[in-house]
Design a protein around this ligand. Structure first.
Ligand SMILES: [Zn+2]
Length: 62
C-alpha cells in the first residue's frame, strides 16, 4: 500500500518561512489551491506538479 499523502515544501514569498503542504496524489496533477503561510498568513497561489516520483511546487503571492 503506497502512502497517497505527500508533503512537499515551499518557501514563503513574503517571510521566507518553510511551509509544508499536504497533497493527496490520488487526486491527480496538476493541483491548484490557496495556502496561507503558517507564519505570516499571506495567501499563496500554489500549483503542484508531478514529474515521475518528484513533486514540484510553484508558489506565488495572491
Ligand atoms: Zn510567510
Amino acid at each position: 500500500m503506497t502512502d497517497m499523502l505527500r508533503h512537499p515544501h515551499f518557501t514563503c514569498q513574503r517571510c521566507a518561512s518553510d511551509n509544508v503542504l499536504e497533497v493527496d496524489v490520488s487526486e491527480g496533477f496538476p493541483q491548484n489551491f490557496v495556502w496561507d503561510c503558517l507564519r505570516c498568513c499571506n495567501p499563496h497561489d500554489i500549483t503542484v506538479r508531478q514529474d515521475g516520483d518528484e513533486l514540484y511546487v510553484q508558489a506565488e503571492l495572491v
